[in-house]
Write a protein that binds this ligand. Sequence first.
Ligand SMILES: O=C(O)CCc1cccc(O)c1
Length: 559
Amino acid sequence: MTPEFQAYPHVPRVYPPGKPAGAGTQHVPVLIVGGGPVGLATALGLARHGVRSVLVEADDGVCTGSRAICISRRSLEIIERLGALDGFLAKGLPWAGGRSFYRDEEVLHFSMPQDAHQKLPPMVNLAQYHIEQFLLDAAERHAELIDIRWQTKVTAVEQRGSGAGLTLATPDETYNIDTDWLVAADGGRSAVREALGLKLQGTSYEGRYVIVDIHLKSSRPTERLAYFDPPSNPGSTVLVHKQPDDIWRIDYQLRDDEDAQAAVLIENVAPRVDSLLAMMGETAPWHPVWITIYKANALTLEKYRHGRVLFAGDAAHLVPIFGVRGANSGIDDADNLAWKLAHVVQGKSSAALLDSYCDERVFAAHENLRHGSKSTEFMAPPTFAFELMRTAVLGLAGKHPQVRSLINPRQTSAIAYARSPLNAADTDEFLAGPAPGSVLPECPLALLDHGTRTARHMTDLVNLGQGGFVGLYFSDDGAVPAELAAVPGVTMLAVARQPLQAAGLCAWDHTGQLFSLFGARHGSFYLVRPDGHVLGRWHEAAAAHVRQALATILTREAA
Ligand SMILES: O=C(O)CCc1cccc(O)c1
C-alpha cells in the first residue's frame, strides 16, 4: 500500500506583504535581497555593527520543504556571534561521523575532528525551516535595524555608480527604492544576477538524485550513512541522515534511463524506501513528507563584487550537496561580508575593502567546489573511468585501510585565506598556531574580567571585540604593554600563563595548552579580525606593527 503523506512538524508563520517606508522613492544604505539563511545572516551581521538594512523576500515566511540539513561547527561559531545559537543547539541533532557500506560490507567508519578542546559539535542536523526560523527570530529582536519586507519581489535593478535603484513588487503595489549597497542573497535563481546579466561558470553534473524526507520513529544514532550498491537498491548510491522530530533525509541516485517526473511519484519512491528501511532493519511505519529531484552543480560567478552590488550564497555559487558546503559556505560569505560592508557604510574603511570580500570568498568557493566536485564524482560517477575507479576503491577498502580516505565524504571545514591581500605576512617564525588568514583553533580557557572568572573558549574571545578587532597578547603574568593596549580600534586581551598582573580582560591559560597551540611565547601577539580569521601575528609586536596591519583595512580613501 502506498504510504500517506504527512506534513512537516513545523507550521511557519505567514507574513503579510511588506510596505514601503513612505511615499516616493526611499533611500536605504543597504538593501538585501533574499530572506534565506544567507540574507538573514548578513542582516544580523550588519545589525551587530549598528548598520540598518532593508531585507526583501519574495515568499511569505520561512521556506517550506527541507533543503539544507547539516550545519557545521564553523557556521555554529558564526551563528553564535549573530545571537542565534541557542535554537540550533536545542533543536539540532549533533553528530561527529558516519559509516559507508559497499554492498553489505562496512568499508569506512569516519569521524570529524572532535576533542575535549571543542565547545561546539562538528555538525548538527536540522531542517532549513528551523535554520531560517532561528535566524529570523534573532532578526526580529533587532527590528529597529532590520526592516524585513515579505512577499516582495525584485522586478528591475538599475546599477548606478553610487548604488542601485530597484523596482519592488508586492501583491498590493509596486514601488522604487534606492540603495547605496545591494546584497544579492536571493539563491540559485537570483533575480539580481539575472537582471545584471551575470552567468555562473563551472560544471553541471548529469547524475540525478531523488531527495526524500520521511517521518519515521527510530532510535538510531545521528550519523552520516552512505550505501554504495546496496542489496536494497542495487546499482544505486544512497545517503541517509537523521533530522529532528523523527524526520529522515534519504538521497538516492537514479539510473540514467529513469524518467525524472516518474521518479518523484510516491508509488515509485515508496518501494525504494521500503527496501532501504528493510535492509537497515527499520520496521516502524513511515510516511513521506517531501520529495524532490537534485542534480549537482559546481558553479560560481568569477567576481562577487560588481560595483555596488555584492553576491553571496547560492546567488554567487552553487556547490554540490555532498560534503555539505551549500548553506555553510553561504553563512561564511555573510560573515565575511557583513563586517566589511559595515566598515564601509560607517566610513571606517574605503569601498576597496569589499574587493577583499570578493578575493577571499571566490577563493573559498573554488576550494569548496574542488572538494564538492571530488565528493560528487565519488557519489555519482560522471564517466565510466570514475565508475571504474570507485568500484576498485570500494572493493579494496574492506581489507586495505590505505584506500579508505578516498571514500571519505570530505565534510566542510573552515577555509584559510592563505593568500588574502589583507593578511599581514609573517615576519617572525611561528612553529605552530594559525597563520594569517586562518581561523583560531578552539581551546578552553578561563576568562577573567576584573576579578570575575568564567569558563570560556578561544572562539568566545572573538565575540568580546563586539564586531571589531581583537588583540591577543601572550604574557607570562597577564600584563599587556601600555603602547599595545593603547592601539585604537582593538579590544586588547592578555592570554596569561599566570594572571598575576592581569588588569581588565585576561584569558588565563589554566590548562597550559594555549601557548603551544599558538606557537606563542611571552610577548607573542595575534591580531584577529571580526570574523575570527587571523590578520597578523608577531613574537615581539610593537604598536606600529598592529597599526600598519589595521591600516590595510581602516583606510578612508574613496575606491
Ligand atoms: O552527507 C552529505 O554529503 C550530504 C547531505 C545532504 C545535504 C543537503 C541536502 C541533502 O539532501 C543531503
